[in-house]
Design a protein around this ligand. Structure first.
Ligand SMILES: Nc1nc2c(ncn2[C@@H]2O[C@H](COP(=O)(O)OP(=O)(O)OP(=O)(O)O)[C@@H](O)[C@H]2O)c(=O)[nH]1
Ligand SMILES: [Mg+2]
Length: 732
């Protein structure tokens, strides 16, 4: 199996070549799409899961690119419940001058309401690395970070949720901007500032070898309240949790700070679960703060054991409440890092965390080894191991996204395919419902013939061909009559009085009106039938007018292209029996009545279109109905005992039906079925019948508003299989 780098992978995922493209788009326009593009286009909604997945994949690629550079020192996420002491823990890592910039306190105005990054000062000196950090932060939070002000008052306001655009790293990538003091008053807290991270550097962190992010608690409202609200599914704003999970991706370890009494709180568990799920491979550290001095280290340990196992916690630290006079021997000695202040007699105003899981210190008076102080954490975390863990966590996430993305595309394509199949059936059924010959129970038995110009002419020719000798004289009179739409009017008028012609026309129209009206297909009726049957979400953007236009196009094209004819032999045998059964043969024999008078009503069928404002309509009628409509009573008898023409007529009618459905699919932009299994089956009272295949040329109309149809490329599907073990395939 080939190995590829992150850069290769990025090229593959954004490549439309024959080899790497993910999707062949068939509708609305033929196009090849790369993987990320397909995920973005899979849904029109901007917040769709596939779109988010594409963004996540891009983010992970960028992070994987940066792991090596950014992983030189660990960045640790510090999170925890409200007032757990997160800010106090972070302040304990900072130089005395910077501690005053950290907002600590339980009050409403003393909470951390933004992500605050404290980074080693040396990171800023390496321009390339620093810019990568800024880039990563911008990508994760969606905003460039803002410098934490050197003025503690302004810094507190920033911690508290106020934003000072002039402090943005966009304006001064290498140093703090200075907000005017009046902006402090005018600047109001805004919900969006939550996602603008704050950033500051401190040389003490170089010594300790660690960067820290304070994550705002996620159980309270953004601006917090002294009383915490219950953190349950409904009131946990999803985007804050997501942001925390995102931020954790920058880190190579995380610390969850909690008070002893909150240790088993559901909120603590939720927080640990979130972090564990978002960065499963990273070291998890639990820091219990504000422990009353009456609890011994072994009691704290006993109390925590279940949590350690449940969340596979890697390290457990605890810090006793640093205020108060009782049992002071439980406070561990000041670590070396604080010694200078202690020597000057300053009270230590910060929690001192020491480790409990490695070796239990003396219960009465804990004397942790130097390495057991949390302050030494940065030095102890094996950076190359952590970079490895960081990288493999990111890789694992990438792998999941890639595989899930592929599966999503596959199921989307199946779904689209199914929708198209359904639409084919809907179109076929809509048209069938308009032209079916039904039995008494209303079930369709057969389909009606479309009485096209060609077929009417064919009938006329056949009647002439089969005419008996006694009809010849009147046929002579009638010789010039061509029963076509264009000629019938004047021809008929020349052989019979206008009123008689009008009567015939009226008779035919009445006949159609009185019988099942579905025999006249207008664009409007076709629209109604199609819209009733097609799934609501398809063609959602089409207006009534657009639908009418499309349906008219279907009728026009069918009328122009339909070439179906009846077989002459069968037709002649039918025409012959009409002559044989002719009741007026006597009068015809004497040459008194021209043939046209009898069959003019037949031709009148062709006039019907003019009753619909001149636009194409299709008239469907069986030969039997046509003759009945024409009032040729005797001809009725011609049908009994002569089934041959009926079979031929049915064949022609089904072929026309297949052609009309094909034209409708083309015009609607639904691809015709390309194999037997996709061809709709129609239920008739005699069983099921397959939609006849049309021989008319495919002229698929394309329009951006048509439904989408994608084929996932099998090469791509196979290729993604390599991602099943991405950590092996991805070069470091
Ligand atoms: N007495 C005592 N108070 C402490 C100790 N550690 C922290 N505190 C106090 O607890 C309060 C909350 O501490 P913070 O560090 O602000 O807590 P936080 O987790 O940052 O709080 P939010 O950002 O509001 O969620 C502050 O008033 C701290 O001074 C301690 O060991 N002893
Ligand atoms: Mg805080």
């Amino acid at each position: 199996m080939a190995n590829f780098s992150v850069a290769d992978l990025r090229l593959i995922l954004t490549n439309r070549s024959e080899v790497y493209a993910a999707v062949d788009q068939i509708l609305p326009s033929p196009e090849r799409l790369d993987f990320l593009e397909s995920l973005r286009r899979a849904s029109p909604h901007s917040a769709s899961p596939t779109r988010q997945r594409a963004a996540e994949i891009e983010q992970l690629l960028l992070q994987l690119d940066s792991v090596q550079q950014l992983g030189q020192s660990p960045l640790i996420a510090v999170s925890g419940l409200l007032n757990a002491g997160k800010s106090s823990l972070i302040a304990s890592f900072l130089s005395p001058s910077n501690r005053s910039r950290v907002l600590v306190g339980t009050g409403n105005q003393q909470g951390t309401h933004r992500f605050v990054l404290w980074l080693p000062a040396s990171w800023q000196q390496q321009a390339a690395v620093w810019n990568r950090w800024l880039q990563q932060l911008q990508q994760i939070f969606g905003h460039a970070p803002e410098w934490l002000s050197r003025d503690p008052q302004i810094a507190y306001a920033q911690y508290n949720g106020q934003s000072f655009p002039e402090c943005s790293t966009v304006h001064s990538p290498l140093g703090e901007g200075t907000p005017a003091n009046e902006s402090l008053a005018s600047n109001s807290k805004d919900i969006s500032t939550f996602s603008i991270p704050l950033i500051a550097t401190d040389a003490a962190l170089d010594t300790l070898g660690v960067g820290l992010i304070e994550c705002p608690d996620i159980q309270t409202g953004i601006f917090g309240s002294a009383t915490s609200t219950p953190w349950d599914e409904s009131d946990l704003p999803e985007y804050r949790r997501r942001l925390l999970a995102q931020a954790a991706k920058l880190c190579s370890a995380f610390i969850v700070v909690t008070k002893l009494r909150d240790l088993h709180d559901r909120q603590t568990e939720r927080l640990l679960s979130t972090l564990k799920a978002s960065m499963p491979g990273l070291p998890r550290i639990l820091a219990i703060n504000l422990v009353r001095r009456r609890y011994s280290p072994s009691e704290i340990m006993a109390e925590s054991r279940v949590m350690l196992e449940r969340f596979q916690i890697d390290r457990l630290y605890a810090a006793y409440d640093f205020r108060g006079e009782l049992e002071r021997e439980r406070l561990p000695p000041t670590p070396e890092e604080f010694a200078s202040f202690a020597a000057r007699g300053e009270a230590i105003e910060h929690p001192i965390f020491f480790r409990l899981d490695r070796q239990l210190p003396d219960d009465r008076a804990p004397r942790p080894a130097a390495d057991d102080y949390l302050l030494r954490l940065g030095k102890q975390l094996n950076q190359s191991e952590m970079v490895q863990a960081w990288r493999s966590t990111l890789t694992l996430q990438l792998q999941q996204h890639l595989l899930q993305g592929r599966d999503e595309l596959q199921s989307l394509s199946t779904q689209q395919q199914r929708l198209i199949d359904e639409m084919r059936r809907n179109v076929a059924e809509a048209i069938l419902s308009m032209i079916a010959v039904r039995d008494e129970a209303g079930n369709s038995v057969d389909v009606r013939l479309q009485t096209s110009k060609q077929i009417i002419r064919q009938i006329n020719d056949s009647l002439h061909r089969t005419a008996p000798w006694w009809a010849w004289p009147s046929l002579m009179v009638d010789k010039t009559v061509a029963w076509t739409k264009e000629a019938v009017s004047s021809a008929a008028r020349s052989v019979m009085p206008v009123t008689a012609m009008q009567q015939s026309l009226k008779g035919v129209k009445d006949w159609f009106k009185h019988s099942d009206r579905s025999q006249v297909m207008t664009a409007d009726r076709l629209r109604k039938e199609l819209r009733q049957r097609l799934p609501l979400e398809s063609f959602a953007q089409w207006s009534d007018e657009k639908w009418l236009e499309i349906c008219q196009k279907i009728l026009d094209r069918f009328q122009n292209e339909n070439q179906t004819l009846l077989p002459d032999a069968a037709l002649d045998s039918w025409a012959k029996s009409i002559w044989d059964n002719m009741p007026w043969r006597k009068r015809l024999t004497t040459g008194l009545v021209p043939v046209a008078t009898i069959f003019a009503p037949l031709a009148a069928v062709l006039f019907i279109p003019f009753d619909f404002g001149g636009s194409t309509v299709l008239v469907f009628a069986s030969l039997k109905e046509l003759v009945a409509a024409a009032g040729v009573a005797g001809a009725w008898a011609a049908f009994s005992g002569n089934p041959t023409p009926a079979v031929a007529e049915q064949e022609a009618a089904w072929q026309q039906y297949g052609d009309l459905v094909a034209v409708a699919m083309d015009t609607l932009g639904i691809p015709r079925p390309d194999n037997d299994s996709k061809t709709p089956r129609l239920r008739t009272s005699s069983g099921s019948r397959k939609l006849p295949t049309s021989t008319l040329t495919i002229k698929l109309e394309r329009d951006a508003t048509q439904p989408q149809l994608w084929h996932i490329r099998s090469e791509f599907v196979r290729f993604v299989d390599q991602f099943n073990n991405l950590s092996q395939t991805l070069k470091t």
